[in-house]
Design a protein around this ligand. Structure first.
Ligand code: UD1
Ligand code: CA
Length: 459
């Protein structure tokens, strides 16, 4: 017997007021739907069907082969969305969990617990419920006097008395697969909202089958995202949870409420993270490194004992014992070698630097390969773009590049080269040479008397 998941993500998310379909909206820079799929992939589930509709191509691009897609062309409600999976699933023997694509905090533990409970109790349908002090917007769990779950009533359909019920429908159900599709066929359209409510399966199945519920104490884990305010609450919850995990693991985080770490980031014990820092996109930070303050690191690897402060690092790698910043920008596969110093207002793009290289201030290194112990003087740049194409600069070992130098690519500089300050180098420089590529200085002696001066000076 297999375990299936149906995840509903066809809705537009009107209350979000954003361009992206709601379930693709990022939480800590990762689409909501990916959190749900990760939970599913770690759990007992064997096969996942994702119901998409509004801007479905966004999900196709994002998820590829990871799930089986079915389409709900018109969003006629959560019950209607499940009907769309009928062709793909209805004949299969097994147990199915239905989840909403707008609850990113659910993890595999909740899913596995639900399946276990459902099977232990021999239920045909189990609803996951929780309690909220302010349950506004959620469907309420209506029980009989002896506590048996009878129905779920949506907030807008509640009587004043039902509105006081604090126990709500989380939107997660575990149900016998064949019985599910028999039940959804019987859902009638709701007159008020003109939608097919999935929640109606409780009442439908209640008559002939075993319907139960499981209450989750940690209500935050199953919060639904409906607007950008709830996005911020979910982010805060995740942030606290992730930061706590790292701190317990030996990472020192100063002012943790200002530090955002993505949920797929690896940080070794012994790292220190200073305030106002973001580390996201599966980045890895190795032991002894100090990151921040005011730093963003995305999809990058930082090796041991690196310092990165007041800087941006995207899709890049920094080798051990290097110092980045303040105010440096590494991007698009910048690979910084060990013992480097990349300092104030230096940008490195799609370039590799060798051991011990320094660009301490005001430099641009783009589309370059740099050897070891190269010194980029203040204001030196690789001129990589001719207006149409990008070109490469290759620099050997032990090269000294004087201040305000333009290295016009394509260009190759040999080992042990010295380039005079202010040069615009357009031709390759051979090993061991000194290059001066600027006008020779002229001194005009005794010239002061010819200078035009401001009136107050000229007596
Ligand atoms: C739903 C539940 C409510 C529960 C709450 C928990 C129903 C009728 N209501 O309400 O009882 O307390 O979730 O968060 O089920 N979707 C589709 N197709 C549709 C409509 C929705 O795929 O036609 C998807 C949406 O993309 C979304 C999910 O279903 O991911 C939930 O839809 P939403 O409109 O947010 O439901 P709620 O009103 O929050
Ligand atoms: Ca919702």
């Amino acid at each position: 017997m297999e375990n299936y998941a149906i995840v509903l993500a066809a809705g537009k998310g009107t209350r979000m007021r954003t361009e992206l379909p709601k379930c693709a909206y990022p939480i800590l820079k990762k689409p909501m739907i990916e959190y749900i799929l990760e939970g599913i992939e770690e759990s007992v589930i064997d096969e996942t069907t994702l119901v998409v509709g509004h801007r479905k191509e966004v999900f196709y691009d994002m998820l590829g082969e990871r799930v089986q897609f079915v389409t709900q062309e018109e969003q006629l409600g959560t019950g209607h969305a499940v009907m769309m999976a009928k062709e793909a699933l209805a004949n299969k023997q097994g147990t199915t969990i239905i989840m909403l694509g707008d609850m990113p905090l659910v993890d595999s533990k909740v899913i596995d617990k639900m399946f276990r409970y459902h099977k232990d109790r021999n239920n045909d349908l189990t609803v996951l419920t929780t309690k909220f002090d302010n349950p506004k917007g959620y469907g309420r769990i209506v029980r009989s006097e002896d506590g048996i779950i009878e129905s779920i009533v949506e907030h807008i359909d509640c009587t004043d008395e039902q509105k006081l019920i604090k126990e709500v429908n989380t939107g997660i159900y575990v149900v016998d697969n064949k019985l599910l599709f028999e039940a959804v066929d019987k859902i009638q359209v709701n007159a008020k909202k003109e939608e097919y409510y999935l929640t109606d399966i409780i009442e439908i199945m209640q008559k002939d089958y075993r319907v139960g519920s499981f209450e989750l104490w940690d209500n935050q884990k199953v919060m639904g995202i409906n607007d950008l305010y709830s996005v911020s609450i979910a982010e805060k919850y995740l942030r606290d949870d992730i930061n706590k995990m790292h701190m317990i693991n030996g990472v020192s985080i100063i002012n943790p409420e200002t530090v955002t770490i993505g949920h797929d980031v690896e940080i070794a014990p012994g790292v220190t993270i200073y305030p106002n820092t973001y580390i996201t996109g599966g980045s890895v930070i190795e032991a002894g490194s100090k990151i921040g303050p005011n730093t963003e690191i995305h999809t990058s690897t930082v090796h041991e004992n690196v310092i990165v402060k007041h800087s941006l690092v995207f899709d890049s790698e920094i080798h051990e014992n290097s110092t980045i910043g303040p105010f440096a920008h590494l991007r698009n596969h910048a690979v910084i070698g060990p013992n480097n110093r990349i300092g104030n207002f230096v940008e490195v793009k799609k370039s590799t630097t060798g051991n011990g290289t320094k660009a301490a201030h005001l430099a641009y290194i783009g589309d370059s390969t740099t050897g070891k112990n190269v010194n980029f003087g203040c204001g030196s740049i690789t001129v990589n773009y001719d207006g149409i194409n990008k070109h490469q600069t290759i620099i050997g070992d032990d090269v000294f590049i004087g201040c305000n130098t333009n290295l016009v690519a394509p260009l190759s500089i040999g080992d042990n080269v010295f380039i005079a300050a202010g040069s615009t180098v357009t031709k390759d420089v051979p090993k061991g040479a000194m290059a001066i590529a600027r006008n020779r200085q002229i001194n005009k002696e005794d010239y002061t008397k010819n200078l035009i001066r401001p009136k107050s000076d000229s007596k």
